[in-house]
Design a protein. Sequence first.
Lengths: 899, 115
Amino acid sequence: MAAWARRLWARLRGLFGGGRSDAERAREIASHLALLEEEFRAKGLSEEEAHRQARLKLGNATVIREEVRQMSGVPFMENLWRDVAYALRQIRKSPAFAATAIVTLALGVGVNTAVFSVVNGLLLSSLHIRQESRVVTVGFKQKGTSWISNFSFAEFRDLRDQTKDVFSDVFAEQYGLDGLSVQGSQPERVFTGYVSGNYFEALGVRPLLGRFFLPSEGKTPGADPVMVLSYAYWKRYFGGDPNVIGRHVSLDGHPMTIIGVAPRSYKGVVTLLAVQAYLPLAMVVPVENIPQDIWNKRANRNMYVYARLAPGASAQKADAALAVLAHRFASEHPKSEKDAELRGFPLYLARTGNLDARNSIAVVSAFFLGLTGLVLLLACVNVANLLMVRATVRQREMVIRSALGAQRSRLVRQMLTESILLALFGGVGGIGLGMLGSTMLRSVNLQTDLPLYFDFGFDWHVFLFSVGTALLAGALVGLLPAMRVARANLNVILREGSRTVVSGGGRFRDALVVVQVGSALVLLIVAGLFCRSLVKLEHVNLGFNPSHVLAMTTDPSEIGYNDAQSGDFYQSLLTRLRALPGVESATTSGSIPMGVIDNTSDSVTVSGYQLPPGQVAPQIPYTVISTGYFRTMQIPLIEGRSFRNSDDDKSPYVAIVSEAMAKKFWPHEDAIGRTFTAGRDAAHPLQVVGVARDARYQDIDGPIAPYFYLPYLQHYQQNSLESLELRTAGDPDAVIPEIEGAIHRMAPALPIFEVKTMHQALYTPNGLLLYQVVAVMTGIMGILGLALAVIGVYGVLSYVVSRRVGEIGVRMALGAQRADILRMVYRQGLWIVGIGLVLGLGASLAVGHLLRSMIAVSATDPLTYIAVSAILMAIALLACYVPARRAMRVDPMQALRVE
Amino acid sequence: MSSKEREPAQILQGTLDLIVMRTLETMGPQHAYQIATRLEQVSDQLLSLNQGTLYPALVRLEQYGWIAGAWGRTENNREAKFYELTRAGRKALAKETERWRTMAALVERFLAEEA
């Protein structure tokens, strides 16, 4: 055993057997003293003198024992234990102070924890796959478009076959919504993932039960009717039945065999949507009725492509190989891949399905964490102020202990222990509050029946973050008062008593409160901007009238209908619905405004329209609608006509365009009668028969994008998933049972989902929901910030008044009026609040500038800035009033007597 | 006090350990009082220290496992704790002595050069 190890062992032994060795040491020293006394007595000294001389010769026995005790045992741990015990005693002695500090810190840590748990769930939590950092999501871009993560099957094949030197695996996933039926039961809608045969292998995920797909599966359409269940779905719908392997089910009427169950930990690559069943990639062709020519079309981009870097290949090398491939794409397929760019993106960007870094959730997350950091800062400043007051009160105690030989570093450590202990208590409370907050955030009604999956659970990331935040807060709040103790001039304090300690640090405390006021203003202005955005958007003219409209979605293919059957179904359903009392009009559409399902767009080519140089044909969103749509939605037609029942697949193909689209392509002429082609069916040019007033479909804010409408009867293929929209005379909710009854009389097993009024439907992640959530969250943070800042202002002024009672007494005795005293206190308060406001306004302008793409009002919206500043000012001055009044009521006689 | 030249020599950090070990080597098992007395004798009163300063050194050496203490009786039948070099202690002493000599010679050489 090395000497140091032996020594450590001896120390550790000393730590636990400390008492015994100390007693033994005392015995040894006593014997030593006895021997010394004997020596002096032998030299002829008196008993008394020998006793004295022996002690002189030995030195201070207590000091020796203390020194030796420090050596035996681990002093750090021993001291830590002593400090903790002492700090606990101190905390127990002043419960009000402790409670204030703990609650304040708990709020600060709680807000941070809640927001971090969301960020963690969205971006950081483990996907439970092998070597996550080696997997990229491949992005595709053409000139004039933003990065997308979708590819066609042909492109996926090329990517897979032509990047073998940089990627060990290239795999794909495409999503679908299908009806799963077990032994003829009513189909359940499932969110399906169609994956390439190497998908699970490449991710390094092992099946919980049965097997996953073979590399050969998923290549030929319809060849592999097998299915893998997600753990959650297996538990929920099959009761965790271990005999599920080999069971036959039907998916949209196609027979399938269950071959495996995915492990519990694996929840997909795109974490927001929880895939419930996996199928081989090419099975999407029969299940979703995709015609062969569309499946093979290069521009039909519906699948996400991921790739695992080959051993030794770097991301840069992979990007270089992708660039070469992009070049080849562009030259070999100029029609579909002109000016193509390819690049690998980190997997976390794929999680939320948005590769565009500027608007990505990562930026928003960072922004929110910044705001919560500000709240924590405010909380810390308050607690630091509290601790500083206490430190001043306890200064004499510290000085005396210091004079008695306590090292300053020990005193500093003791104070730090106390504040870190407070912070840890606060942290525990904060974790509790954070869990509550994240549960609240998770339960936000997303207004959709989709299996949206918010995993804001508490994993070790969140736990470490909270504990780290709490410790940081503890060190932050403890350091300031501790440093003051360390710097304090002992002699002055001992000599002059407690009175003169006032001045030191006053400036510094004022500065802290200035920071608080400024930070609170930033938080409030951010909240104000978001609230104003929400209010503005809630009253924005959508172009359609959402009141008295009921919407619901069905997909007859989920019960095995083919496209023609679905078309007939909708036609006769509409006839029946329109006949129902209380229903004024009824229609169907492929998607609903702000909806999250089936928002389609297509590349539009207009003969004679000159594209900007180098750009590809623009992608324009559209929807397929039935007759009566414009009447139901109350979108006025500016020109031309709406669709008729005669617009079917035997008549010329027609379209109705929005005002914005008409302006874009035919700015100076009449759009009626013009033709354009959509990429999905270039063989049938579309003739414009009407122009409709602009309506907002996907962007609730910003310029209204061009849009067009196609008649259902000409496009029923591949469009079995339709939303029904009904305009009702009375309360739309009241007719729901009747309408569901009508549907089920025609197709008893047909699942109906997303039943809601159009008002409710606006509160989706695409619509108002995010604004609403953000407005509420920033509002909570703003109010917290305001409260903390007000407490700060109040605290610092109260403290100042309490320390200046004597001075105020003298002033009053010398003839100062109460108003003078009031003015004196207010002057200081005004300075603090004023400087804080000015700094806060500057910071808010900077933050607002960062926010400008996320808000619907101007980043310098004067109303917000003025109103919020005024509110903060008024409340802060109100907070000054209480200490000011106390100052006015000082009784000069009493104050002077205390002096 | 005008006793600049009579000021006792300061003990160099770490040398006390060596001195204690050497004392134990030449004198056999000793208690703290004996060690301290011996130190004063050998140094001709030049090293006059508070005898208590010995204790940290004793504790340290004991922790290293270089000396071992055991209770015994003095000639006058008083109880005292006797310290003895261990085998590891003897080895360490040889090594430390060697190191001290090298160090002292080195410092001496520098001092000679200065003069």
